[in-house]
Design a protein around this ligand. Structure first.
Ligand code: BGP
Length: 472
């Protein structure tokens, strides 16, 4: 083993990310009901320990303190999401809410004053419930309402935001709402999901077109959750299974949102099974072609391992991507057992190389990567600090591969961890903690973890010392 200093490019973005629904809390500004609040009201038992998003990390009341904590943990950039429901408390449409504008302007101003660049995302799973009732992303009217919201944000905050993002993980709500039953309104219907996906992509393109009108210095792009796909073996059936899984989960959004076109193999396959969206015009395709991402955020958590199906599908059951493959559990894989996700550090390198080789080496950054751990109180010392060496190792091991990717020419501008202060994780609520800063749920007290101290050093030094026998 040798010790090697891994140095990152100048002005590298060090920071983290979270979202409005997961961190802000409802507050008193006025806010429309979101799909999460609606679902919680209807089925509270589907949320871990029956905790909903009413309070979460109470950022709305504590943002002054939180900006100081960003500074203390080495942030030079931070991704928030702007709540559509807060900006338009009249069910996502109508007049803009001056109290919401004041809140975000104050927060962004304070971040800038403290040397923290504002990365603003416009949609992180938080549809106003009433609009969901009108069809959500299956509706052109909802797309229009979203574009109006986006346009309003460019106008109100354009002077304060460094980079914009139209969506975080647009695939998530499609899987959750239409295929896998983990997002409201819990429908299982691929064709409706395909329509919602298509209109999400259209909304992305139209928001980019709106951003261009303002002539801002900021760039605008999207945050995608991407996993490199690995076949179990080189057997042609395994390879084909991996290729199809990759089309569904990776190329489906990446191609139209970055290249402006849909992968032909995927559209052919969907046509064969009569699953193409019903409402899709030439004019829509043109807008998508002309308004592609200028910057790309990569959320990387785990690889995708796939094998050929071992069992026959039931053709009378609902059409699903896994008609074409099965997930492969690789023997000996390294796991984050709390979240059930494989840890495969080299995947971050593979992902960056894919973007370099197949997507014109578009300007990109790691927009999420992180490790959720349950019962972190176990690791508290006598002063109440969480000594999370496992998280420090997780970050270092991923950064080493990111460093390698950058040295091989990948256009990677930063690394954002999930997350800053422990926040609410959808149906998992506060089960797994991801933060650099721990949260006492009862008192809302924030305490910097060992990883938060490490992160400050990392950012101050723009690199770290790594014990390695494989990097050169
Ligand atoms: C990403 C989401 C985040 C965050 C993270 C951790 O997919 O963009 O919102 O939640 O995953 O996952 P989880 O909260 O499900 O543990």
């Amino acid at each position: 083993m040798t010790l090697q200093q891994l140095q990152f490019p100048e002005n590298f973005w060090w920071g983290s990310a979270w979202s409005a629904e997961q961190a802000e809390g409802r507050g008193e500004t006025g806010k429309a009901e979101t799909v999460w609040e609606r679902w919680y009201k209807e089925q509270p038992t589907r949320f871990y320990q029956r905790i909903g998003s009413e309070v979460t990390t109470d950022h709305i009341h504590r943002y002054h303190e939180d900006v100081q904590l960003m500074k203390q943990t080495g942030h030079n950039s931070f991704r928030v999401s702007i709540s559509w429901a807060r900006m338009f408390p009249n069910d996502g449409v109508g007049e803009v809410n001056p109290k919401a504008v004041a809140f975000y302007r104050d927060l962004f101003t304070e971040m800038n004053q403290n040397g923290v660049k504002v990365f603003a995302n416009l949609y992180h799973f938080d549809m106003p419930a009433k609009l969901q009732g009108q069809g959500g992303w299956e509706s052109r009217d909802v797309v229009a309402a979203y574009v109006h919201f986006a346009d309003t944000c460019f106008k109100e905050f354009g002077d304060l935001v460094y980079h914009w993002f139209t969506f975080n993980e647009p695939l998530g709500p499609i899987l959750g709402s239409y295929l896998e039953d983990f997002h409201y309104p819990n429908v299982i219907d691929f064709k409706r999901g395909a329509q919602a996906a298509f209109f999400t992509i259209l909304a992305h393109a139209q928001a980019i077109a709106a951003h261009k009108k303002y002539g801002l210095e900021s760039k605008i792009g999207v945050i995608l959750n991407l996993s490199p796909t690995f076949p179990r073996s080189q057997n042609p059936a395994d390879v084909k299974a991996a290729e199809i899984a990759d089309l569904f989960y990776t190329r489906s959004f990446l191609d139209p949102m970055v290249k402006g076109t849909f992968p032909e193999k995927l559209t052919d396959l969907l046509r064969t099974y009569d699953q193409l969206p019903a409402d899709m015009t030439e004019a829509d395709l043109q807008i998508i072609k002309e308004n592609t991402s200028q910057i790309l955020g990569l959320n990387y958590y785990e690889p995708r391992r796939v094998k050929a199906r071992l069992t026959a599908i039931n053709p009378e059951g609902p059409f699903l991507p896994d008609w074409f493959f099965e997930h492969h559990v690789m023997p000996g894989r390294k796991m984050n057992e709390y979240r059930g996700w494989e840890i495969y550090e080299k995947g971050i390198y593979d992902l960056c190389m894919d973007i370099k080789n197949n997507y014109g080496n578009i300007e990109a950054f790691i927009s999420e990567n992180g490790m959720g751990v349950a019962d972190e109180e176990r690791f508290m010392d006598e002063n109440g600090q969480v000594i999370d060496t496992y998280r420090i190792d997780f970050i270092k091991d991923h950064l080493a591969y990111l460093w390698k990717a950058i040295n091989e020419g990948c256009n990677i501008k930063g690394y954002h961890l999930w997350t800053f202060i422990d926040c609410w994780s959808w149906i998992n609520a506060y089960k797994n903690r991801y933060g650099l800063v721990s949260l006492d749920l009862a008192t809302q007290k924030r305490t910097i973890k060992k990883s938060g101290e490490f992160y400050k050093n990392l950012s101050d030094n723009n690199g770290f010392e790594y014990e390695t026998d494989w990097l050169v």
